[in-house]
Design a binder for this molecule. Structure first.
Ligand SMILES: [Zn+2]
Length: 354
């Protein structure tokens, strides 16, 4: 009842919803005219905003950011996805795909129908067209336990990338929450995408620019218990993406790369490395990132991923990238590059938290 009343009040307010605390030109009164006129408008806007906030008992920021995210990614949904296989039977991802001319991204949709759908990843992030969240506070992102030392860290060759997984004491596995995510998401793995030379490699582009390396930090919805269970759910995964520029040696990264020579082949046994805190390799961030909904960038290309792309690039040396290119893929060829080209946005909105 109270909600309905609040909604009526909201719907009845003529001007767009505004918050005095948010420093965001998009949601402020028009900046034009004489200084006197501007200040008058500003004053009226401020008092109207605070009146409205008092009236609404501050319920709107959270609801508004939720509505905003819903407008970007659709209604939160835990629906189970049926994998349509080529023969109509439920599809079991087999891992047989590559990046060459015969088995590369342009062919994936034949074996993996989701790869041909409309909400695919990666994308080119156009910052000029991205929307800002209505409220910064409610779009906050929380990194929990990223400073907890794992009891075990393991590096392996997945056949498609170099993969890092970990184990933590009970209750200490890193999670992310906030951003109206509707629950916690637990760390699953980190892996990398790179290119044949330093002019390419990242999957996401920003303003048409590619980076030499992209790191994906995959999280599954804690409620679903595992990555595999989350793979079947619409709201199953959150992937945090870090982009890299060529620069000085990245020390946390070298802790992983120093064993890359021991896992050259996908058949190579996984190698345990000295545990280190995840926040050393993947620094938590709270601003300057983009959010959109998309898919896994590898088959089965399931459209269950909320992407959070950190727009502040990290650094990696050319020599470190060369280590990655020394890995071999399943087919026995070198893993010289493993990035999927950008996909059409198809009407999706990208949110940018400045
Ligand atoms: Zn990836």
């Amino acid at each position: 009842m109270l909600k309905a009343l609040v909604f009526v009040l909201y719907a009845a307010s003529a001007s767009p919803l505004v918050f005095p605390a948010v420093d965001d030109q998009l949601f402020r009164p028009e900046y034009s005219g004489s200084r006197f006129a501007r200040e008058g408008r500003q004053k009226r806007w401020m008092s109207e905003s605070s009146r409205r906030l008092r009236r609404q008992n501050f319920v709107f920021p959270t609801k508004e950011i939720e509505d905003f995210l819903t407008s970007i990614r659709g209604k939160p949904s835990s629906d189970t996805i049926v994998f349509p296989g080529p023969s109509g039977k439920p599809f079991v991802p087999s891992g047989e795909f590559g990046y060459g001319s015969e088995d590369g991204p342009s062919t994936w949709f034949r074996e993996f129908p989701f790869c041909g759908l409309k909400r695919q990843s990666p994308i080119d992030i156009d910052l000029s067209r991205a929307r800002r969240p209505p409220s910064h506070e409610d779009s906050a992102l929380f990194f929990n336990n990223y400073d907890a030392l794992p009891s075990r860290l393991t590096v392996m060759n997945s056949g498609h990338s170099l993969r890092l997984t970990g184990e933590w004491a009970a209750g200490k596995r890193p999670t992310i929450s906030g951003l109206a995510l509707h629950g916690d998401y637990s760390f699953s793995e980190i892996h990398f995408h790179w290119g044949e030379d330093d002019g390419e490699g990242s999957e996401h582009m920003v303003q048409g620019r590619r980076f030499p390396l992209e790191m994906h930090e995959v999280h599954y919805k804690t409620e679903y218990g595992s990555f595999n269970e989350s793979l079947k759910k619409r709201d199953g995964l959150v992937v945090i993406s870090y982009l890299f520029n060529i620069g000085k040696h990245n020390h946390p990264l070298s802790r992983i790369l120093k064993v890359s020579g021991d896992v050259v082949r996908p058949e190579s046994p996984a190698v345990d490395i000295d545990p280190f805190r995840l926040d050393e390799l993947a620094p938590p961030f709270g601003r300057n990132y983009a959010v959109y909904v998309g898919s896994l960038t590898t088959p089965p290309c399931t459209e269950i991923v909320t992407w959070i792309v950190n727009l502040e690039p990290q650094h990696v040396s050319s020599e470190q990238l060369q280590n990655l290119r020394g890995l071999m893929r399943s087919a026995g060829t070198r893993m010289l590059f493993n990035f999927r080209p950008v996909q059409s946005l198809n009407g999706r909105t990208v949110m940018r938290v400045p």
